[in-house]
Design a protein around this ligand. Structure first.
Ligand code: HAM
Length: 434
């Protein structure tokens, strides 16, 4: 048997409606915050993600799926959305038409990570990127959008952790003291951190291996090295979050796993024990240099991405159901070949009128067809045998009341509509109740 690659999974019909509902919720929120959808390729040129020799992030150095295509072009499966969106922004000159572009995307990302609960090699992200404004208010807007999604999904125990990495001047000052500090403990640093010490010492703070050592706790904190402007900027972000009534916690060890961040960085963490180690459901920050690094015009940016798998896991653990049980309007039980042909004709008519219908194509017996009607959560069960067909009538049972009637075969559609009233209670079609 051929099986799925390690770190991937199938979304089966029993789960796909939850996915669709999550995506629908996300789209509604993006509409409210006025973010427009962008769809970029799943694979990009290798250079989109491997921009800089000094990038020490695990994602770029260890986790990308890189390959050469048949014409020996170097290709990378996207490990995240931001860099691809930035590439598309530059290539399509989106900045010409709009000074500020507020974009969102959803789709598969690929990282060669060790799979575990909430961590896959192919996973889905929803992300937003606001390009073209350096206002601290838009950092707060992005976080507010994330909080709105959490609220819409009914999630509890989600903590927003936030920090500022400051501007270049602040980071340079901080980098210097960090190098001094960690250089004293070189023999205790893991090989990755030894490399980071030279290339990007801030990232040591993010190391899962070294994090628990004593010398971590005594490391200098970034907030002591933010220059006046960076400090003021961070305060405005926090003030804006306060004004919107959003709660957060300042975490001065938060530096984030990707190398492109400047100023604001944040993570949204779910704190329920069953969630496991991968409890960061969404994260993001400001990246004022990325567009330039990719060869575009000087353009500030800020964004965030959620892992959809983790969002669904969080909704499940919160005991929230995104969708009601699947049900259909009508299940047609047809007994005999001619009755089945007539049923198909009637079903199609009803379906075109917006009713979700089903029948048994495998010619099961009466009992087994009743079972199937049950399994489909049909609101109405219709029974058509040869006798009824001859008299152009059909038996119809309202499963909500167990009331049964015999009606004219050509009246099925208006009959069901009338019984349903104006509100169609089917959750399986576009007339779904909210
Ligand atoms: P990230 O923190 O690498 O940031 O990923 C964002 C979210 O994607 C994580 O919080 C997590 O929920 C989900 N995620 C990441 N890796 C996996 C995985 N292997 N399996 C399942 N879920 C995963 C970014 O990707 C940035 N591009 C976010 C951003 C947008 N920053 C600015 N704009």
């Amino acid at each position: 048997m051929i099986t799925k690659p390690k770190g991937t999974y199938d979304i089966l019909p029993s789960e796909s409606r939850e996915w669709a509902k999550l995506e629908e919720t996300i789209r509604k929120i993006c509409r409210l915050y006025n973010y427009k959808e962008i769809r970029t390729p799943i694979f990009e040129s290798f250079d989109v993600f491997h921009r800089n020799q000094n990038d020490t992030s695990d994602m770029v150095t260890k986790e990308t799926y890189d390959f050469q295509d048949r014409s020996e072009r170097k290709i990378t499966l996207r490990p995240e959305g931001t860099a691809g969106v930035a590439r598309a922004f530059i290539e399509n000159k989106l900045y010409v038409e709009n000074p500020v572009n507020k974009l969102f995307y959803m789709g598969q990302m690929f990282r060669y990570e060790r799979p575990q609960k909430g961590r896959n090699r192919q996973f889905n992200q929803f992300g937003v990127e606001a390009l073209g404004s350096d206002s601290p208010l838009i950092d707060a807007e992005v976080i507010a959008l994330g909080a709105a999604l959490i609220r819409a999904l009914g999630l509890k125990d989600v903590k927003v952790k936030i920090n500022s990495l400051g501007d270049e001047e602040s980071r340079n000052a901080y980098r210097e003291v960090l190098v001094k500090h960690f250089s004293q403990y070189k023999e205790n640093l893991c090989p990755d951190c030894l490399n980071r010490l030279e290339k990007n010492p801030l990232r040591i703070l993010d190391c899962k291996v070294c994090r628990h050592q004593e010398f971590f706790k005594t490391a200098p904190k970034i907030n002591e090295y933010l220059n006046t402007e960076s400090k003021k900027r961070f305060e405005t972000v926090l003030e804006s979050l306060d004004n919107m009534g959003l709660e957060y916690e300042i975490d001065d060890n938060l530096v984030r796993g990707l190398d492109y961040y400047t100023h604001t960085v944040f993570e949204l963490e779910v704190n329920v024990p069953e969630f496991g180690a991968q409890n960061v459901i969404g994260a993001g920050g400001r990246y004022d240099k990325l567009i330039e690094d990719l060869g575009g015009p000087k353009t500030p940016g800020v964004g965030m991405a959620f892992g959809l798998e983790r969002l669904l896991l969080a909704t499940e653990l919160a005991g929230k159901k995104l969708v009601a049980d699947d049900n259909i309007h009508a299940y047609f039980i047809a007994l005999g070949e001619n009755a089945r042909k007539e049923a198909l004709k009637q079903i199609n008519f009803c379906r075109l009128g917006g009713l979700a219908c089903e029948m048994d194509y495998n010619a099961g017996g009466l009992k087994s067809q009743f079972k199937k009607a049950d399994k489909n959560n049909a609101i109405f069960t219709l029974i058509l045998g040869d006798n009824e067909l001859e008299n152009r009538v059909i038996n119809i049972k309202d499963n909500r009341t167990d009331e049964q009637e015999t009606i004219n075969i050509d009246d099925i559609y208006p009959y069901i509509l009338k019984k349903l009233g104006t509100k169609n209670s089917c959750s399986g079609c576009n007339k779904e109740k909210e």
